[in-house]
Design a protein around this ligand. Structure first.
Ligand code: NI
Length: 183
């Protein structure tokens, strides 16, 4: 069953998510519902807070055609999608920063350029409860940083330039109003 998406203006998106103590059936059910929701909404990443939950957990599924670098080669050829990240942490990154367009299912029809590290190392627990590490580049690295932000209550609107925020202020205000009306 897919779940409704919490949009900007919903206070849950500003919470700090809570560590998962045990990867149990509840967590596995949540992951399944998050995947159904993300695929229905055609996103490439989704954090638990976006479906109204406070577990430190997100999912990512970058399609092969989205994983191509400027040279047309796969950026993360050895990594199998989709991925579930439980209690994730960025453990390292290169200094290289890439500016790229970002969207978010909690900000429908809003896109903004955001600076992210081009490569990150992350540690997390998988859906079998096993600790994992990953070295990610490009869009996958971007998605990991975006979703990890969600778990700390940090949103796309906090990462865009002030100029962009001003340009989008009407749209953002309308979104908050619609969100509050629906709560
Ligand atoms: Ni998002």
């Amino acid at each position: 069953m897919s779940l409704p998406i919490c949009t900007y203006g919903n206070p849950i998106l500003r919470q700090r998510a809570v560590e998962v103590m045990s990867v149990n059936d509840d967590i596995r059910d949540l992951a399944k519902e998050m995947f159904e929701t993300m695929y229905k909404e055609q996103g490439v990443g989704l954090a638990a807070e976006q479906v109204g939950r406070t577990e430190r957990m997100f999912i990512v599924d970058i399609p092969a055609e989205g994983d191509l670098g400027d040279d047309g080669q796969r950026e993360n050829p050895g990594i199998e999608m989709p991925l579930v990240f439980i209690n994730p942490k960025v453990t390292g990154h290169t200094e290289d920063i890439q500016v790229g367009p970002e969207g978010c299912l909690s900000f429908p029809e809003i896109f903004a350029n955001v600076e992210r590290w081009y490569e990150v190392d992350a540690a997390y627990i998988d859906l079998d409860g096993i600790p994992q590490t990953i070295h990610a580049k490009g869009l996958l690295a971007r998605a990991i940083q975006h979703e990890l932000d969600h778990l700390d209550g940090v949103l796309l609107v906090d990462r865009m330039s002030n100029v962009k925020k001003v340009a989008l202020s009407g749209k953002l205000k309308r979104l908050v109003k619609e969100t509050k009306k629906a709560l």
